[in-house]
Design a protein around this ligand. Structure first.
Ligand code: TXA
Ligand code: MG
Length: 347
């Protein structure tokens, strides 16, 4: 199949391209599209056949359910049994990087939810994503648009690399602003539980829910077990071909470890403002400054770049497992297969 590729900068000006993409979705085809978190691989959420094509294109196990995207929070009613707390969350954080798991309605086929009786609902903020859903007139099931096991795509070029010839169309809406996937929560009696951390943090959720907990597997993926709350928890995710070496140390300890170990075939990931300290080692940039937001935005592209440049190993300073760093921590321990080098600490 030939994959069509279009740049979409303005949903109004580019409405003919969006109309064509929407037609592909309605006909049961696949479209790669931008969201504020990562690029999604979209298909009609009302069609089991279309969902099956997503799994085939990604090479993804079919028990790992898909997130269903809607153009407006109230459209969640059409696909899920929506409790009042959803609207409280929606008022503060939607459209945005938050996915809520709720009991599903029968219009959503089992093939979309991996046989679960719940559905994960998200209303993305990216104008191109919202315009595509609205133009399609159907909710859009979309996982991240990477081949299963590869880092999620944060630019259209990543989608093209992974999906060229496997899907009908890719919409290029520029680089993703957030760079890590949405926060996934399930609702509990008195609040919610974070199954996958993202840019909507534990603290932000506690502004709406009385009790917010974090699933144990978020910090320690080995705890996901055989029947995890979220099937995606059990897979090794986001892994580049390069070995990711996570170093748990203070700044000086990290720099000393890297200088001792990093060879010319390997690289270190640091922000631009620290790069000079590591010369002449090979440096991959994780943003201008050392902030959670910049590292989150750049990390997946950095892991892909490590492979493009043939790095055998990449040394990364382990972020704290809390606050706005929790999502990054969670993705990095998965990328490293759970291995952490601890320095000067007795764990
Ligand atoms: O930011 C995002 O959420 C991106 C963009 C494209 O919207 N999408 C995304 O989808 O990351 P995906 O398929 O790569 O990850 C979906 C996660 C998986 O870990 C899956 O197991 C979980 O959500 N999930 C989906 N439906 C679920 C359900 N009904 N119950 C529990 N977990 C669910
Ligand atoms: Mg994914």
């Amino acid at each position: 199949m030939k994959t069509e590729f279009y740049t979409v900068t303005d949903p109004v000006r580019d409405r003919e391209i969006l109309a064509r993409a929407a037609e592909i979705i309605r006909q049961g085809g696949l479209v790669g599209f931008p969201t504020e978190t990562v690029y999604g691989l979209g298909a009609s959420a009302l069609s089991a056949d279309a969902a099956a094509k997503i799994y085939a294109a990604k090479g993804r196990p079919s028990d790992n359910p898909l997130i269903v995207h809607v153009a407006k929070p109230e459209e969640a009613e059409q696909i899920a049994c929506v409790p009042p707390v959803f609207y409280k969350l929606a008022q503060k954080y939607m459209p945005g990087p938050l996915t809520v798991i709720m009991p599903k309605r029968s219009c959503i086929p089992d093939g979309v939810t991996g046989g679960l009786d719940t559905v994960a609902v998200r209303c993305p903020a990216h104008p191109v994503a919202r315009a595509l859903i609205a133009a399609s007139g159907v909710p859009i099931a979309a996982p991240s648009a990477n081949r299963s096991g590869c880092p999620s795509p944060t630019a259209a070029a990543h989608v093209l690399r992974d999906m060229d010839g496997r899907i009908e169309m890719i919409l290029d809406g520029g680089p993703c602003e957030i760079g890590l996937e949405s926060t996934v929560i399930r609702l509990t009696e008195d609040g919610c539980e974070i199954l996958r951390p993202g840019a909507v943090t534990e603290w932000m959720l506690s502004q709406v829910c009385d009790v917010v907990t974090v699933a144990k597997a978020v910090i320690d993926p080995s705890l996901a077990g055989d029947k995890p709350l979220s099937p995606g928890m059990k897979y090794k995710h986001y892994a580049p071909a390069a070995e990711v070496v996570l170093v748990d140390a203070d700044e000086a300890g990290f720099a000393a470890y890297v200088r001792d170990h990093c060879t010319t075939e390997e690289a270190v990931a640091v922000s631009d403002d620290k790069a000079v300290e590591f010369a002449p080692l090979r440096v991959l940039s994780c943003g201008m400054h050392d902030t959670a937001e910049e590292q989150s935005r750049t990390m997946f592209a950095l892991l892909r770049e490590a492979d493009d440049r043939g790095c055998k190993k990449i040394y990364i300073h382990l972020p704290p497992a809390e606050g706005s760093y929790l999502a990054l921590y969670n993705r990095l321990i998965r990328a490293s297969g759970g291995k952490i080098v601890r320095i000067g600490k007795t764990h």
